[in-house]
Design a protein around this ligand. Structure first.
Ligand SMILES: NC(=O)C1=CN([C@@H]2O[C@H](COP(=O)(O)OP(=O)(O)OC[C@H]3O[C@@H](n4cnc5c(N)ncnc54)[C@H](OP(=O)(O)O)[C@@H]3O)[C@@H](O)[C@H]2O)C=CC1
Ligand SMILES: CC(=O)N[C@@H](CCC(=O)OP(=O)(O)O)C(=O)O
Length: 340
C-alpha cells in the first residue's frame, strides 16, 4: 500500500513535535512537508534532538501549492489558522485539526468563546468533532476532522456514557482539572514569567474557560437536556498530564456499580480507555507517554455522591495521539497503529 503523504503545520510546537515523534514510527506515513512560522529554514532536530537520526524535510512556510502533493494535513496551529487552510483544500485532501477551529458546530459560539469571527463557516458543516471512542464510527464520511480539546477529552470520556444512560444528575456537576504547563504551548514560560511556574499551582480561566463551550455542546448532544456545570482548570508545576476530578450526584435508584458497569461495557472493546477498580488511586504518571485515558469511580461519605478521576497525557490522548487515532480510523488502519 502506498504511504500517505503528510504535511504537519505547526511542526515545532509542543503538539507538532509530539505528532512527528509518533508519525515517524507509523509505517503508512511519509512526512512530506513540515511547516512553521519563525522556524522556517531550520531543521526539526533543533527543536527535538531525538529526531536528529530521522530523515525529515527542512521547515518551510505553508502555501496552498503544497496541497497538490499531499493526502493529509495535520494543523497544530494557533486557533484560527486551520480555518484558512481549510479554504484551500483540494478534493483529495483530508484535514485533521488539533486546534479548536472545527470543534464548535455554531460559528456564533466560536465568536463568543474564541473572540474571533470564524473564517470558514461553510466548512463547519463539512467537519466532524471526533472523540474516537464515542463517535469515531462516523468520521469516515468527513474530510475535515476536529480533534477534541485536551481537558474535554479527559472529561467527556467518563461523562458521556453516564449522561446517555441518564444515571447522573446534570444540574450541578463540578469539574476540577489540573494540567501540566505544556498545555499552554511553547510560549508558556513567557506567558507565566511572573507566576513562578515550577513552584506554584494556579487556577485560571475560572468560570469562563473556552473549553466550557465544547463540554456543554458535546454533553447536551447526548442528553438533549440542559447540562449545568462548573469547570475550573489549573496549571500545575509539571510538564505534561491532566487529572480531572468530577463531582457527581447519582439519579434516584442508581448505585456506583451501575456507573462502573456502564463505563466498562462502553469501553470494553477500546484499547485506550481503562476503567480501574472502584477507589483505586490514580496519577498522571500512569498514562504519561501513552494514548490512554484511565478512569476511576470513587465512593464518598454520601451514598448518592461519587467522585470520578480521569487522567490523560495532554500531548498524546489530549492532542497528537488522538489525532493519529482519528487518522487510523479515517484510512482504515488498525486504530492502535503507531500508538502502542
Ligand atoms: N499543548 C497542548 O497540550 C495541546 C494543544 N492543542 C492545540 O494545538 C495547537 C498547537 O498547540 P501547541 O503545540 O501547544 O502550541 P505551540 O505554541 O507550542 O506551537 C505553535 C506552533 O504554531 C506555529 N505558528 C504560530 N503562529 C503561526 C502562524 N501565524 N502561522 C503558521 N504557524 C504558526 C509555530 O511555529 P514557529 O515555531 O515556526 O513559530 C509552532 O510550530 C493549539 O491550537 C493548541 O490549542 C491541542 C491539544 C493539546
Ligand atoms: C495549561 C493550558 O494553558 N492549557 C490550555 C488548554 C490546552 C490547549 O492549548 O488547547 P486545546 O486543548 O484547546 O487545543 C489552555 O487552557 O488554554
Amino acid at each position: 500500500m502506498p504511504k500517505l503523504n503528510v504535511l504537519v503545520a505547526g511542526s515545532t510546537g509542543y503538539i507538532g513535535v509530539q505528532l512527528i515523534k509518533l508519525l515517524v514510527k507509523h509505517s503508512n506515513v511519509n512526512i512530506k512537508y513540515l511547516c512553521g512560522n519563525t522556524s522556517v529554514g531550520k531543521n526539526i532536530s533543533s527543536y527535538e534532538k531525538s529526531l536528529s537520526s530521522k530523515k525529515l524535510p527542512k521547515i518551510i512556510r505553508y502555501n496552498k501549492e503544497l496541497l497538490k502533493n499531499i493526502d493529509l494535513v495535520f494543523t497544530a496551529l494557533p486557533n484560527g489558522e486551520a480555518q484558512d487552510i481549510s479554504n484551500d483544500l483540494l478534493k483529495h485532501n483530508i484535514l485533521i485539526d488539533l486546534a479548536a477551529d472545527f470543534r464548535l458546530n455554531k460559528a456564533s459560539n466560536y465568536l463568543k468563546w474564541y473572540k474571533q469571527k470564524h473564517r470558514s463557516v461553510k466548512n463547519i458543516k463539512k467537519s466532524i468533532y471526533s472523540l474516537p471512542e464515542i463517535n469515531g464510527d462516523k468520521l469516515k464520511k468527513f474530510n475535515i476532522i476536529g480533534c477534541p480539546g485536551c481537558y474535554p477529552t479527559s472529561i467527556l470520556l467518563p461523562l458521556i456514557p453516564l449522561v446517555r444512560k441518564n444515571l447522573i444528575k446534570t444540574d450541578n456537576v463540578i469539574i476540577d482539572s489540573k494540567s501540566g504547563y505544556s498545555g499552554a504551548g511553547r510560549g508558556v514560560h513567557k506567558k507565566y514569567k511572573n507566576k513562578n511556574l515550577y513552584e506554584s499551582l494556579s487556577a485560571y480561566g475560572v468560570g469562563f474557560h473556552r473549553h466550557n463551550s465544547e463540554i456543554q455542546q458535546e454533553i447536551e448532544n447526548y442528553t438533549k437536556k440542559k447540562f449545568s456545570f462548573t469547570f475550573t482548570p489549573h496549571l500545575t508545576p509539571m510538564f505534561r498530564g491532566i487529572l480531572s476530578t468530577i463531582y457527581l450526584d447519582l439519579n434516584k435508584g442508581v448505585g456506583i456499580k451501575n456507573l462502573e458497569n456502564t463505563l466498562k461495557s462502553q469501553y470494553s472493546k477500546n484499547r485506550f480507555v481503562k476503567i480501574l477498580k472502584t477507589n483505586s488511586l490514580l496519577s498522571t504518571n500512569d498514562v504519561i507517554n501513552t494514548n490512554n485515558c484511565s478512569i476511576v469511580i470513587c465512593k464518598t461519605k454520601y451514598k448518592n455522591r461519587v467522585i470520578i478521576l480521569s487522567v490523560i497525557d495532554n500531548l498524546i490522548k489530549g492532542g497528537a495521539g488522538q489525532a493519529i487515532q482519528n487518522m487510523n480510523i479515517k484510512y482504515g488502519f488498525n486504530e492502535t497503529k503507531g500508538l502502542i
